[in-house]
Design a binder for this molecule. Sequence first.
Ligand SMILES: Nc1nc2c(c(=O)[nH]1)N[C@H]1C(S)=C(S)[C@@H](COP(=O)(O)O)O[C@H]1N2
Ligand SMILES: [Mo]
Length: 315
Amino acid sequence: MLTRVPRIAPSEITPPEVYFSRRTLLAGALASMASASLPAVEGAPPAQSALGYRRNPQYSVSEPPNRLEDIAGYNNFYEFGTDKESPSRYAHTLRTRPWSVTVQGEAEVRGSFNLEDLLKGQALEERIYRFRCVEAWSLVVPWVGFPLSDLLARFKPTSNAKYVEFTTLYDPAQMPGQRSGVLNWPYVEGLRIDEAMHPLTLMVVGLYGRVLPNQDGAPLRLIVPWKYGFKSIKSIVQIRFSARQPNTAWNVAAPQEYGFYANVNPQVDHPRWSQASERRIGAPFLAARQPTLPFNGYAAQVASLYQGMDLRRYF
Ligand SMILES: Nc1nc2c(c(=O)[nH]1)N[C@H]1C(S)=C(S)[C@@H](COP(=O)(O)O)O[C@H]1N2
Ligand SMILES: [Mo]
């Protein structure tokens, strides 16, 4: 992950009411684009279909969400290039249907499952979460998804399942960034089983009420809101329950910089920059810099998971 300070026009965060009226306009524009069957323009947003979901205020922050343009235009997804604009430009080559997820390891139910089957009967919720990248920028995102614990329980993990490992699709034909050696592909992430089963840990299929844009990790990605963004792995094709801590992509690439736990912690700096504050993407210039909160503001819910652990050592 690079340290370059990106240039973002200091524009205001749109309050949700304004956003939703804009979204209607945008949806209308996209629909008429589709009906006029214009050729797909590289980087143009595809008309994402609407999802049925219910809001979950209990698990939502009250800060205004970022605009869709920020959430789907400023991304980290190294499979499509290392700068923030590349994923929105190039991720259209990812084919998200058909999609299947392989389940392996310490579980009674294993095998390959169709995404549709995995989602069948699953109630979707909207949760507005803070999202904090390890590079010290942040967003507020209205995700649509369901608790990861709902999914994992269906595979009946055994008592040996102490960790869960997630793997992204590996296909350099669809993901041209995988032809570069910037990371060991495929991207792998992992959680301790209690972190994975925590009610805040979300399996995400959409944002702003619609199917996830490819650049945000379609068709299925993890969101762990109290951890740095690199834990929130995108475009998942494999879930493996294991007795041992998985080797994760960024931890393997630079173990002294990116730990396995990666809990947001303003008191433990990255070796090359401070983690005490963050830049809120899209916020007015003077309001953009804000203090980073322990566990990204979710300490009341998750700090107990790490009781007795030295969080400088297990960073
Ligand atoms: N497969 C995969 N997952 C990934 C990444 C990646 O490069 N590849 N980047 C991570 C990082 S560093 C961040 S900050 C978030 C960014 O998510 P967003 O683009 O939806 O904001 O995705 C994470 N998940
Ligand atoms: Mo990140």
